[in-house]
Design a protein around this ligand. Sequence first.
Ligand code: FAD
Length: 62
Amino acid sequence: TFKEEFVTCGGVALSDINNETMESKRVPGLYFAGEVMDIDGITGGFNFQVAWTTGWIAGKLT
Ligand SMILES: Cc1cc2nc3c(=O)[nH]c(=O)nc-3n(C[C@H](O)[C@H](O)[C@H](O)COP(=O)(O)OP(=O)(O)OC[C@H]3O[C@@H](n4cnc5c(N)ncnc54)[C@H](O)[C@@H]3O)c2cc1C
């Protein structure tokens, strides 16, 4: 309900994302990171870690 929640559930299915590059399997050249993906923890730093780690993977040069 977007009041006091820490994280939004749902998003782009992980099965549609290459987890070695974070590139979309459906749309080449499109990359995802963080909350836009269908992955979340209640709290405890897991959501920050997901955002930072997937952002780093998406941004690194291959
Ligand atoms: C109150 C609160 C407490 C939290 N506490 C914790 C915690 O203790 N531990 C934890 O792990 N997680 C916590 N979280 C969750 C964590 O903050 C998020 O999961 C994380 O910040 C997501 O990062 P993100 O980069 O994916 O998205 P965001 O941080 O939401 O970044 C998205 C960015 O995109 C920008 N944007 C949106 N639309 C557009 C547009 N059209 N064009 C350009 N820019 C746009 C937004 O302004 C924003 O800066 C908390 C969240 C909230 C709300």
